[in-house]
Ligand binder design. Structure first.
Ligand SMILES: Cc1ncc(COP(=O)(O)O)c(C=O)c1O
Length: 421
């Protein structure tokens, strides 16, 4: 029998030594030895962000007062164009920052349903998709007298294209899917899904929240018409930062969103009697943007533009492969099971591990200085984010997790769950 060599901390150090993105870590606020593996929920704070926000507050608001709106009013389109080019594979004029992911999903899905052939009465969702996506579609189905067809998907592998193909037929008006699964990180083939839907005459709205900034997304060449996503995960724009929405250029003028706010109006300050929306992506805007929450996206996006999404993906793949190799060697003996696709090309930048004591282990690991999170059922998610996670962080995190297991430290923690997990 051949002896498998143990992965050592020196291996991690060697990988860090070759890491071309290593310097980006210094551009984030990292001032203790906490290992942060939860950037798929809330990205870290870039060093430059407080200064930028401070300037918006003091100079923009404090001194510029109402006059600053001449600049602020264009931010959502300008930042949308930067997102389109840096991480979405879309064109200028196809993306805007607006509202939250949930609200944008509602707007785009309702617009698609409003434009659908009335004989199509079914909406297809992934039964395991992030809850807000399922709930919003349930609400829309109720309002439109339509039916939800929820496709069962594997908790570790995500939805199967064969199941999708079987479910999408000429009864289906709309399909709603996440490009990267929030639970297991499975990455779908966007172009294939779009082809399946197009062949059946259905539309797709994509949720890119766990993909954007982590994996290259090519909305244009994949034939995507509609997408939404958040900016506070891999884009590092901060808690509650506004989300984005994408509407392909050629369908913008024909789709009508359900919230007829004045920010979509053709002559916004004409204060006219009736709603008459612009024919561009701006018609999907509703209301006054949260300027202070939007400001952090500028400096955060600059880091991603400088690193380049292909480099980020290359390092992200390296980090999760390293993590998975350590899981096999050191964590499986403690009862952990990989609950994500084993093939790095089929997953995003987070990895899920299943264990019967996942919640207590998650708390013990956090107490040991490794921030991760828990998701039902019995899963811990670990996200090594390429802009600020080192290979030694991955090695140390697994080492601390082994220590939690060998000392049975997790037994000191409560089995009842906190409000936020
Ligand atoms: C995949 C996915 N979609 C949608 C959302 C909801 O975003 P929001 O609460 O900003 O609407 C989240 C939140 O984490 C998410 O992970």
């Amino acid at each position: 029998m051949t002896q498998v060599e143990q992965i050592s901390r020196a291996d991690a150090e060697r990988l860090d030594g070759r890491d071309e993105l290593a310097a980006f870590r210094t551009r984030f606020v990292v001032d203790d030895d906490t290992i942060y593996l939860d950037g798929n929920s809330l990205g870290r704070l870039p060093r430059e962000t407080p200064e930028v926000v401070d300037a918006v507050v003091r100079a923009g608001w404090g001194q510029g007062l109402i006059g600053s709106w001449h600049e602020w009013i264009d931010w959502s389109a300008a930042l949308g164009d930067r997102l389109a080019s840096a991480v979405l594979g879309a064109s200028a004029g196809e993306v805007v920052l607006s509202d939250s992911t949930s609200v944008n999903l509602y707007k785009l899905a309702a617009a698609a349903l409003g434009d659908a052939d009335p004989s199509r009465r079914t909406i297809v969702v992934d039964a395991e998709d992030f809850p807000t996506n399922r709930y919003i579609m349930q609400g829309l189905a109720r309002a439109h007298g339509m039916t939800i067809r929820a496709i069962g998907s594997d908790l570790d592998e995500g939805i199967s294209l064969a199941d999708l193909e079987a479910a999408v037929n000429d009864e289906v008006a709309l399909v709603v899917l996440s490009l990267v699964s929030y639970r297991c990180g499975a990455l779908l083939d966007m172009a294939r899904v779009n082809d399946i839907a197009r062949a059946a005459g259905s539309r797709v709205v994509w949720d890119l929240s766990h993909a954007v900034g982590a994996v290259p997304v090519e909305l244009g060449s994949a034939g995507t018409e509609l997408a939404v996503g958040c900016t506070y995960k891999y884009l590092n724009a901060g808690p509650g930062a506004p989300a984005f929405l994408y509407v392909r250029d050629d369908v913008q003028a024909s789709l009508r969103q359900p919230i007829w706010g004045w920010f979509g109006q053709r002559d916004q300050f004409g204060m006219g009697a009736d709603y008459d929306p612009v024919g561009t992506v701006g018609r999907f805007l509703v209301s006054t943007p949260p300027v202070l929450s939007m400001a952090p996206l500028g400096p955060a996006l600059m880091l991603i533009e400088q690193a380049g999404i292909d480099e980020l993906r290359r390092k992200g793949t390296g980090l999760t492969e390293f993590l998975v190799a350590l899981v096999r060697q050191r964590l499986e003996p403690h009862g952990f099971r990989l609950a994500s696709p084993a093939d790095a090309q089929r997953r995003g930048t987070h990895v899920a591990l299943e264990h019967s004591e996942a919640w207590r282990i998650c708390q013990a690991l956090t107490a040991a200085g490794v921030i991760c999170d828990f998701r039902q059922p019995r899963r811990i998610r670990l996200a090594p984010v390429p802009l600020y996670t080192r290979f030694i962080d991955v090695w140390d995190a697994v080492d601390r997790l082994c220590h939690v297991m060998t000392t049975q430290r997790y037994e000191r923690f409560s089995a009842s769950r906190s409000r936020v997990t």
